[in-house]
Design a protein around this ligand. Structure first.
Ligand SMILES: C[S@@+](CC[C@H](N)C(=O)[O-])C[C@H]1O[C@@H](n2cnc3c(N)ncnc32)[C@H](O)[C@@H]1O
Length: 388
């Protein structure tokens, strides 16, 4: 009996290779602290005592042992590792998957029942969104159009788009050409929320709206909060917030505000946000055969801090505020299926539309700038085939 430590205990049957497995159990036990994880082998089973575990370390050891002893597929070791992997109760420590300490008392008892009783996303609970979808107009499908999206989106039926992914103009005073970036904040937000309202309308029940946004630090305007509030007021479910860690700081400010004084320090940020909203239901219906995210990608990307370098080719594309293709790839693979319809109402030079085409999704893009639309269309031709 292990004193003081409460393990999760289960057994895996041993039907062959008993002597080899005895050796393996000894080797595995020597690699872990006994109060964290250990195995006991008897004539017909291996009993697992699980408390805290670095699963990847165990996987690597088990895989080496299986190779060394030429063990058959479906041996007791591999079954044990998969049984452990299937246990839902784990956390991430120092980037590694570790099991929640089973000897720690659970802080919340009857967690599931309590969640059921109080209900999730109370602000969106009684939404009146229609559940049925409408067909998307053929003539707009897989096109990029020069247009003010506030007007152009009126041509898109309600509930006809699976995913909106966009990054709005920030009103920073950036030189966008046709679009005036630097107008009065009230006018800016009126226009922005009008377009975002259209995004909600055209999204299907169970569809998602994903917004990449950088808070307007220099003007002290938390646009990511304001956008989230707008969506929640319109009964969209705030489902995720991803930190896009760009690992760079390139603002023009060289000062730190009030140098070495708390009177008015200026903080620096190396990340942007990606806010994810669901319409009506968290689940997006789709055929699993059209999911194209690999298990490695899924495991990595559900960790909501995404380290991705900023777009390096903004000069080449002559656009001041692009997001990188890698960001669009993650969003599209994690939140949409192949063949889904993807809309970007602020399409710029077409990162979303290009990636959508590459990943075999349908796409629709709008931008007020003729020059950007031309570049966006050119980028589409960089994608070899479009096997929709
Ligand atoms: C942050 S950029 C998007 C960049 C894009 N994600 C990319 O990677 O190329 C915002 C874009 O919105 C466009 N824009 C601004 N107001 C617009 C409007 N009312 N309708 C359509 N596009 C607009 C600007 O021309 C600009 O290209």
């Amino acid at each position: 009996m292990e004193s003081g430590v409460k393990f999760k205990v289960f057994s895996v049957p041993v039907t062959a290779d008993h002597e080899i497995l005895e050796e393996c159990v000894g080797i595995i036990n020597s690699k872990f602290q006994r109060e964290h994880f250990h195995l006991v082998i008897s004539n017909d089973e291996i009993t697992v005592f699980l408390n805290i575990l670095d699963l990847e370390k165990l996987r690597a050891i088990a895989s080496d042992l299986e190779t060394e002893y030429s063990m058959e597929k479906g041996n007791a070791l591999s079954i044990m590792v998969e049984r452990i992997a299937s246990i839902g109760s784990y956390g991430i420590k120092a980037g590694k998957r570790s099991f929640v300490q089973y000897n720690l008392e659970r802080k919340v008892r009857d967690r599931k029942k309590k969640i059921q009783d109080r209900g999730s996303y109370y602000y969106a609970r009684n939404s009146k969104f229609a559940m049925s979808s409408n067909p998307f107009p053929e003539d707009l499908l897989d096109t990029i159009t020069v247009a003010d999206s506030e007007e152009a989106m009126r041509n898109i039926p309600d509930n006809s788009v699976d995913l909106v992914f966009t990054s709005p103009p920030y009103n920073f005073g950036l030189d966008y050409g046709e679009h005036m970036d630097g107008i009065d904040w009230n006018r800016y937000f009126e226009k922005l929320f009008s377009v975002l309202g259209e995004c909600i309308r055209v999204t299907k029940y169970g569809g998602r709206v994903v917004i990449n946004v950088q808070p307007l630090y220099s003007d002290f305007i938390p646009i990511h909060h304001m956008i989230s509030e707008f969506f929640m007021k319109n009964q969209m479910i705030w489902r995720n917030e991803i930190i896009w860690e760009k690992n760079n700081y390139n603002a023009k400010y060289t000062a730190w505000g009030s140098w070495k004084s708390p009177s008015n320090p200026y903080l620096k940020y190396t990340w942007e946000f990606v806010e994810v909203f669901s319409k009506g239901d968290l689940k997006h219906p789709g055929d699993r055969n059209y999911a194209d995210i690999s298990d490695k990608e899924f495991k990595e990307w559900v960790n909501a801090r995404w380290s991705i370098s900023p777009e390096r080719n903004m000069k080449e594309y002559d656009h001041p505020a692009m997001f990188p293709e890698k960001l669009a790839e993650r969003v599209l693979k994690l939140f949409s299926f192949q063949n889904d319809i993807i809309l970007d109402p602020f399409n710029g030079v077409g990162t979303t539309t290009k990636v959508a085409k590459k990943l075999k999704r349908h796409f629709v893009g709008f931008d007020v700038s003729e020059k950007y639309v031309e570049t966006a269309r050119k980028r589409l031709s960089e994608v070899d085939s479009h096997n929709l």
